[in-house]
Design a protein around this ligand. Structure first.
Ligand code: MG
Length: 389
């Protein structure tokens, strides 16, 4: 696995948009363009660290989300032109980095797939950019007088529209940055890499990976942006036996009988884990943390829930809420619900008002009703921002 640093270029003033705040702080669906871009790379399993280039005033007083990332983030002040900003950022890239991604913060709809394809191609070939094939017929023109005149029609198959991320082996981007510093002007890093003699590969982009440049782009992006919601459900049951603790959501509940299992047999965590994994279609607890693997014997289930939440985030989802029902004849769990909610919310990395825990008895019916077992049901809701092309 190459060690990957992502540079997020957000130093522009965004003058073409005519807004009072810098473009990168304009919001789509409740988050700034910058935050959407940073989250995409922070959540990507192939990216190790980030360098964010900001205008001077923002670098001095950065938005709070930049202090709440999972991965290390270096903040760098931008330069006069885009290439100067990327050159500043390049100086902050850790020396042991293998591949450097450069992404424009004004493209908030970048996907995990694009990031992965760019990394793979750069690791293999040295340089690669995400680009979309042209769909319109392309005319080369000569500008003379009042209206441009068509000189030729360029075969569409030979035209790709460059997007970001652009990805480079560290030495290739180093050569491109050096060329830029020597006085060569370019509109993107790929152009400098080409000039430095490095072939740049194309990997598949997407028309939905738009760059927000004008007020119209922003309006269209806001109209297209949709928070897709995904629901998942989880269920778990363990036998109750004497001589075992009863752990619910990581909380030790005093009881003459406890739940039997390889792990701590925490039905709340097991059901919640399956619910969030299920909502992301990532399989289930048994697949990721199998009983047969000694690594998980005696594992704390609240830690497994925490790991599952990280997997769900890496897949690009935010956890909206989780609702759990515990079915248990006795003891009454009401006195423990506050602590259970706190522990589950902490493991999920969300506020406690996103976690509900309720207790039920089975009215003496069946094995749960006879006190021979404990069960739990959980429902989880996940959200992710997508762009409808
Ligand atoms: Mg279980």
């Amino acid at each position: 696995m190459p060690r990957v640093t992502a540079i997020i270029a957000a130093a522009g003033a965004g003058r073409r948009l005519g807004a009072a705040v810098p473009k990168q702080l304009l919001e789509i669906d409740g988050r700034s363009l910058l935050e959407h871009s940073v989250r995409a790379f922070d959540a990507h399993p192939g990216v190790r660290d980030l360098v964010v280039v900001l205008p001077r005033e923002l670098a001095a007083d950065p938005p709070a989300h930049l202090r709440a990332t999972r991965k290390p983030v270096a903040l760098v002040t931008g330069g006069e032109r885009r290439q100067d900003s990327v050159a500043h950022a390049f100086d902050a890239v850790p020396p042991d980095t293998d591949v450097v991604l450069v992404h424009d913060a004004a493209r908030p709809f970048v996907t995990a797939g694009m990031i992965a394809r760019a990394i793979d191609a750069a690791a293999r070939y040295g340089a690669a950019i995400v680009a979309a094939p042209a769909t319109d017929t392309i005319k080369r023109v000569e500008v003379s007088g009042t209206s441009p005149v068509v000189v030729e029609t360029i075969p569409r198959e030979t035209i790709y529209l460059a997007q970001t991320p652009q990805a480079f082996r560290r030495d290739v981007l180093g050569a491109a940055v050096a060329l830029g510093r020597s006085g060569v002007e370019a509109t993107d890093e790929a152009m400098l890499a080409e000039r430095a003699g490095h072939p740049v590969r194309i990997v598949e982009g997407d028309a939905a990976n738009v760059k927000i440049t004008t007020a119209g782009d922003l309006d269209r992006a806001r109209a297209r942006a949709a928070q897709t919601m995904r629901a998942g459900t989880g269920y778990d049951l363990h036998r109750l036996v004497e001589g075992r603790p009863l752990i619910l959501g990581g909380v030790d509940v005093p009881c003459e009988r406890g739940a039997l299992g390889h792990s701590d047999a925490d039905v709340v965590c097991h059901a919640a884990t399956d619910a969030i994994l299920g909502a992301a279609a990532l399989g289930d607890i048994g697949r990721h943390f199998p009983d047969s693997d000694p690594a998980w014997t005696g594992a704390s289930s609240i830690d497994l829930l925490r790991r599952a939440a990280a997997m769900v985030r890496e897949a690009g989802y935010a956890i909206v809420n989780v609702d759990v029902v515990i079915i248990l004849e006795r003891p009454r769990i009401a006195p423990f619900i506050g602590r259970i909610r706190d522990g589950v919310a902490d493991a999920l990395g969300i506020a406690v008002d996103g976690v509900s825990v309720k207790g039920k008895t089975n009215e003496g019916v069946d094995a749960v009703g006879r006190g021979e077992a404990i069960a739990a049901h959980a429902v989880a809701l996940l959200g992710r921002l997508v762009s409808r092309p």
